[in-house]
Design a binder for this molecule. Structure first.
Ligand code: SF4
Length: 257
């Protein structure tokens, strides 16, 4: 059995997604936001040794991990001491891609494909994008970062291609909601072109992607009126041809949340 372990590098975030409780409060764990200390990271990684279960490691929980001032160093260290997967067998990264420059992209691509790193270890990065226009990005994500995010994700795809490497796969996320549903088609068109240009297989899904490939995926908003959010999401996915026209109003893969 696999256990999912979130070692939260920080509970700070650099944007304010309106669907995220993190953006609605000044503290996340009953205390002011913080950045993890180096010694804490080292000790927690060491504590993974000898676990009976397979460990799937996420360097985040409530915040945006890449804004940790030593994010690159922390991740590089984790892989350096993980020979033969002795501490963790999978590494999962979700990011809003606001702070995701070329050096960081190269580092992550290199780590995912390094000799001695199991191909299943660092398979994907979830890029939480959720908008096509700058206006919708501002509304849904609470920041003027649309251009920067698109540039960063596109550069990641280009660099991975130039390096001739396979992973991490890019999973491009769009959480459907009132403020962005009208431009889901634009989002899909834009990223379809970007992925098609790479000439490698990719998938289009109405929930979390699961294949080993790049993906564009649409997710429903989790909220108080779940039935309405599911309906909106399902309608968008039917209109875009992500699912069949007769698919129902709740599109969740088994085990999804
Ligand atoms: S980027 Fe992530 S942590 Fe930050 S507000 Fe958005 S969903 Fe929440």
């Amino acid at each position: 059995m696999a256990v999912h372990i979130n070692l939260e590098l920080t509970d700070h975030c650099n944007i304010r997604c309106r669907m995220c409780s993190q953006s609605l409060r000044d503290e996340a764990h009953g205390a002011p936001h913080r950045f993890m200390e180096w010694e804490t990271w080292r000790a927690m990684l060491a504590g993974l040794e000898g676990m009976d279960d397979e460990v799937h490691l996420c360097p985040h929980w409530l915040g945006e991990p890449t804004i940790h001032p030593r994010f690159d160093q922390f991740v590089e260290y984790a892989f350096a001491i993980n020979g033969r997967g002795r501490l963790f067998q999978e590494f999962k990264l979700h990011t809003n891609a606001v702070v995701f420059g070329a050096d960081r992209a190269r580092l992550l691509i290199r780590l995912a494909n390094a000799p001695g790193v199991d191909p299943r270890c660092f398979r994907f990065i979830h890029f939480s994008i959720d908008a096509f226009s700058a206006e919708s990005y501002r509304l849904v994500k609470g920041a003027d970062k649309r251009e920067q995010v698109y540039r960063n994700v596109e550069r990641f795809l280009t660099l991975r291609q130039e390096m001739g490497l396979e992973r991490p796969y890019a999973h491009l996320a769009f959480v459907v909601q009132d403020g962005n549903a009208h431009e889901a088609a634009d989002f899909m068109r834009h990223w379809t072109r970007a992925l098609d240009r790479l000439g490698r297989p990719w998938q289009l899904t109405a929930d979390w992607p699961c294949d080993d490939s790049d993906a564009i995926y649409f997710r429903p908003l989790n909220c108080a009126d779940q039935a309405a959010a599911d309906r909106l999401h399902a309608g968008v996915c039917r209109d875009l041809g992500v699912v069949d026209a007769d698919a129902g109003d709740r599109l969740r893969a088994a085990g999804s949340f």
